[in-house]
Every structure is written in structure tokens, then in C-alpha cells.
Design a protein. Sequence first.
Length: 323
Amino acid sequence: MPFARLASATTPTCHLGLGLAAVGRPGYINLGREQDLPPDRSVDALRERTHELLDAAYAQGVRYFDVARSYGRSEEFLAGWLHARPGIDDVVVGSKWGYTYTAAWSTDAEQHEVKDHGLATFERQHAETTALLGDRLDLYQIHSVTPDSPALTDKELHAKLADTAAGGTTIGFSTSGPAQAAAIRAALEVTVDGEPLFRTVQSTYNLLETSAAPALAEAHDAGLTVIVKEAMANGRLADPHAPQALRAVAAETSLGSDAVALAMILRLPWAGVVLSGAATVGQLASNLHAAAVDLGEEQIARLEALAEEPGAYWEQRGRLPWH
């Protein structure tokens, strides 16, 4: 794994990280949130849940934690957890800028986040992130780059990002949407003073959405660390929502559908870190069983057949309600 800090944050049996998108704010698009979270979704209640998850993840060997400016108070919750545990110095923290959280701690806001990849947004959000995480911030990524993002062509922004990298923070980008492969390939071409700007890429990849795989393999070959997000397809690959074929293979392994779905990604040579988006300690424990899943060629073939056409996948994702 090229990004040295991430390489030191994983073990041979656990290349899983923990993302806090589902617990850093009261509303999100994951299925099953009514059961996963307490009726009281106050700031204090979700801070407590986040810290519970972080404790459990750390105890079980997870060392990479993923947050973002748009994940409500996720950066604040993680910063508080780190501050209360000064002896913990072996975790790697990644955050993202480019979306502003606008839901005001509500689940039924008309708009939950606003996207802007301009230089002014970077400077504002980078200051906000560093005010919370300080020198614990290892990786800062542009949030959800698409082929038309100005972040791919803004030379002034690139220079500022390169300055940030020179100060010790690794610079990366994440992608979303049916054209992820095009966005990844365009980002691989971005250079500053002849040197590639980005060291990591974080993309949606799961059994249902596999279209970015060739581009992610190219990114890996180019020296970037690949981080996989939305491995559970926002709950569509977890019980009880998992497709029948996935549930059948899971039954054969005596493990959960979630563990099998994650195992299918962990086996890929270009997948550096795969994020768990668990909202409960039980979900996290089940996710971590992925390292123990052993799949045969026939089982793999059945699971690979679940892949959907990218446009259809992202259209359905766009219809998921905020809960």
C-alpha cells in the first residue's frame, strides 16, 4: 500500500477502516437506520454511539477512521475521542472537504449538504477541519469528484493542495456517480510541478456497482492507495435487504451477508482499505468477520453476477430517502 501511514494502520487480517458517515449526523440514506440508531438522535446520543464504535473498532484492530466536513459532527466526535485517549498514536485519520453540511441536525431538511469544489471552500473547510483535528489529520480528500468538477482543472487550487501536502498532509480525492472511472482517470493526470498531486482515491465499489474497478486498478498501479467506500451499497447488501444470491452464499459460509460482501472486495489486489459504515457495535463485529471468509470459485461467480448497470445503480441510490 503506497501511503505509508495507511500501510502501518492495517494488519494482515484486517484491511478494514471505519467510516463515520452514518453516525456523525442524525439523517443519512442507509437502509435500516430506524433500527440501528436510538430514537434520541441528539448530539450527545450520537457522540456516545460514535465513541462506542471507535472503542470497539480500535480494540479489534481497526486503525483507519474516515470522516468529512459534511458528515455532521463526525470530525468533532472523532477529535473528542482522540483527545480523551492521548496514548493512542497509531491511528490514521482521513477527512474530506467539498460538501457543506446544511441540515442543522435535522432528518427532514430540504437539503442536507451543498457541494462546492472551489478554492474558497477548500480554504474555509481546511481551517475548520484543522481547528478540530489539528496534526491528527493525515489525509485530506476532495469529496465526490466527478468528471466535470472544477477541482480537476483549477490550477490555483492545485497549488494550494500541493502546499498542504508539503506541510505533511496527504492529498487525495473521492468519487461518486456513474462516471467514477472517468473522474479517476482525469485525476491521475493532475500534476503540480511535474509531480502527481493525489496519493489516494476513495471510490464507491461493491457487488452491485463494479464499474470503477479497471480505473481503480490503474490508480493502484500508478502508486495511489485505493480506499473503498459504500461497500454495503447503503445497506442493500446487508441482511435483511441482501439479494438472495448473497444470502445463499452467506448461509454456506455461516457468516453474515455483510461479511461476504466485504470479503469479495478484500480479495482484490488493488483494494488497500475497505470502509465499514457500521452504525452499531454488532454490525461492526459482523463486518470484521470478512477477513475470515473463504470463498470458492463457484461462489465468487454467483456473487459477481449481481453487478448492476451503473446508471441504474446510481439512479436507485439517488432515490434512497434520508432517515
